[in-house]
Design a protein around this ligand. Structure first.
Ligand SMILES: Cc1cc2nc3c(=O)[nH]c(=O)nc-3n(C[C@H](O)[C@H](O)[C@H](O)COP(=O)(O)OP(=O)(O)OC[C@H]3O[C@@H](n4cnc5c(N)ncnc54)[C@H](O)[C@@H]3O)c2cc1C
Length: 418
């Protein structure tokens, strides 16, 4: 159907122009569907525009690890196609300063090796040589994954958009989806600030706003909007940072770090992250305008932990603090696919701090589910409907507590590796 020169009927509608929506739209178009993406602001202006992009492929389970390894292959193919560097392969280090973290690293190395993933122990002396500006005298053990690195979120957004457009994806930016249109247990389309659009398939990839969108069709998504921040130091001649220095995960201090333009990005998964009431944010809320006051508790704790690992980072060092909102779930795994209740409505959200690096494969998984009804991946752990029978997650307050608790334990708890 065409009204006023505007096509109003598509095979698929994607709500949200972050990495999740863009990757899904691109993969749907590759499979021949006519797809439209609605984005309330600019593409990549939500969580995606705030991300550090750290990529650690080895996760707690072999299947999750496979998803990330396959994601790197997709990104390499995208790079070739658009001619821009998206993936910076720096390698990654995990460091341990307590016996239980040493055991965690040992289990990770064992699991990695059992599935042929490049990972090995590295001596603390070798870590000190690799990163002379990092404190190492309190470390007991470390491991190195040479094929890890980070993805550049802006370049990834541009690549998904370019390839999507070449495959026929239509983009409506500055267009707010007000509600889902559903009748008789089926989604029919969306009502937007530019009128109604029809499709038999709607993908909710609205990031932190995905809970609000789902509620317009009476669906309660078990996800919450959690605040997160990191600092970026400026280049400093006394503490040079090689562009290809390995990224670092120090779960005991709850920090991660990676090189960025001659400085370090250092972020923290604190024990008591803020929960944002997304329904109370203004309609024109712009995540890029968020500021974390330098004297806030979150920033103070981040600075303290960063200064422990990099003792030259102090309050007088020139740095920028980036703050934003990520979408957490009660088990820190994404919500992908359909939920009981409404046919044709798919969710792709809840990435719990890892949406940039999960997006390449999750786009494939979403498109496979939508087009074929199944995927080769075992998606039991990320199935959007997995909390369906959980009666302690029936209202917003319970969901917020469950998601915040998980976010607070995210680095603090010792990882269970299977
Ligand atoms: C500070 C910070 C650091 C992070 N670091 C990392 C990292 O190192 N590695 C990593 O992998 N991930 C990281 N993340 C997480 C990552 O940014 C997210 O997981 C990812 O960007 C989620 O993508 P998305 O597409 O689901 O959401 P978003 O990027 O938020 O996209 C959703 C989009 O939907 C739009 N939208 C919402 N509602 C509507 C509506 N009703 N109508 C139209 N449009 C709508 C929004 O404007 C938004 O652009 C970080 C996040 C933050 C905040």
């Amino acid at each position: 159907m065409i009204v006023g020169n505007r096509v109003r009927t598509f095979d698929g509608i994607v709500v949200g122009g972050g990495v999740a929506g863009l990757s899904t739209a691109m993969q749907l178009a590759v499979r021949g569907l006519r797809v439209v993406v609605f984005e309330r602001q600019q593409l990549g202006s939500g969580s995606t525009g705030r991300a550090a992009g750290l990529l650690g492929q080895l996760r707690g389970t072999p299947e999750h690890t496979r998803m990330l390894i396959e994601g790197v292959k997709i990104v390499r193919e995208l790079q070739r196609r658009v001619g821009v560097e998206i993936y910076v392969q720096t390698g990654s280090l995990r460091v341990a300063e307590t016996p239980e973290r040493v055991r965690e690293i040992a289990a990770l190395v064992e699991m990695g090796k059992s599935i042929g993933f490049p990972i090995d122990h590295i001596s603390v002396e070798a870590v000190a040589c690799l990163l002379p500006t990092m404190r190492t005298d309190d470390l007991l053990a470390a491991c190195l994954c040479p094929t890890d690195g980070y993805l550049q979120p802006a370049e990834l957004v541009a690549a998904y958009t370019q390839v999507g457009r070449e495959m026929g994806v239509v983009f409506h930016t500055g267009c707010h989806v007000q509600r889902l249109l559903a009748a008789k247990g089926r989604v029919r389309g969306v009502a937007t600030s530019r009128g109604e659009f029809q499709a038999a398939v709607v993908v909710n990839a609205a990031g932190p706003w995905s809970t609000l969108l789902a509620e317009t069709a009476g669906v309660r998504l078990p996800a919450a909007a959690i605040g997160h921040c990191y600092l970026t130091t400026r280049p400093d001649g006394d503490h040079p940072v090689d562009r290809l220095s390995p990224s670092i995960r120090d779960r005991h201090l709850r920090i991660y770090a990676r090189p960025e333009a001659g400085g370090w990005i250092v972020g923290m998964y604190g024990a008591q992250p803020p929960v944002h009431d997304i329904a109370r944010l203004p309609a024109d809320f712009d995540m890029s305008t968020m500021k974390a006051p330098r004297d806030s508790l979150d920033v103070a704790m981040l600075l303290e932990a960063a200064a422990h690992r990099f003792p030259w980072i102090g309050p007088r060092i020139p740095m920028h603090v980036t703050t934003g909102i990520m979408t957490f779930t009660p088990d820190a795994k994404p919500l992908c696919g359909k939920m009981s209740g409404i046919d044709g409505l798919y969710h792709c959200t809840g990435f719990s701090g890892h949406g940039i690096v999960q997006s390449p494969t999750l786009g494939v998984i979403m498109a496979d589910l939508i087009v074929n009804g199944h995927t080769d991946y075992d998606i039991g752990a990320i199935d959007a409907d997995r909390f369906h029978a959980q009666c302690d997650l029936t209202d917003r307050a319970q969901i917020d507590v469950a998601c915040r608790t998980m976010a607070g334990n995210y680095y603090g708890a010792v990882e269970r590796i299977r």
